[in-house]
Design a protein. Structure first.
Length: 147
């Protein structure tokens, strides 16, 4: 049986996600303003501060380089090119979006959002297909273990 090809890709912070977060924060600020809540200025300030902190932290995460090798092992390198082995803790997909949950060798958990503007469509599709095949193979193995 032919082994699956290695998949390597870079995940940069998504500009669309930052714009979405800022838009949601503006909508929340407008809702607080229109609701007539006492001390609305404090609420608006807290929403603004939370949004700025979250968007800044997300935008400064840098680019992650990820490789899913032919033998099924994962490798991850951060923005400073510090490489680490990783294991896949889980994954999910909704439409064009995919999320990978990896556990690094150090025990640190890493969640990566694969969106249309930070990973190309072909790579994202190949990754999802290979993940789904692995999940199907695991389910078949689990069924074969039943009495």
């Amino acid at each position: 049986m032919k082994s699956a090809q290695a998949i390597a890709f870079e995940v940069a912070p998504s500009r669309r996600l930052v714009y979405l977060l800022v838009s949601l924060a503006l909508a929340a600020m407008l809702a607080v303003t229109l609701s007539g809540v006492p001390h609305a200025d404090i609420w608006r300030g807290m929403i603004l501060l939370g949004t700025v902190v979250s968007a800044t932290r997300y935008a400064r995460t840098g680019t992650w380089r990820v490789a899913w090798r032919e033998d099924g092992t994962w490798g991850v390198a951060d923005a400073r090119s510090v490489a680490s082995e990783a294991t896949l803790a889980g994954w999910s997909r909704i439409g064009h979006f995919a999320a990978l949950r990896l556990t690094l060798a150090s025990g640190r958990r890493l969640s990566l959002l694969l969106l249309p503007d930070n990973v190309d469509a072909v790579t994202r599709r190949r990754l999802v297909v290979r993940l789904a095949r692995g999940e199907a193979a695991q389910a078949a193995a689990d069924v074969s273990l039943l009495p």
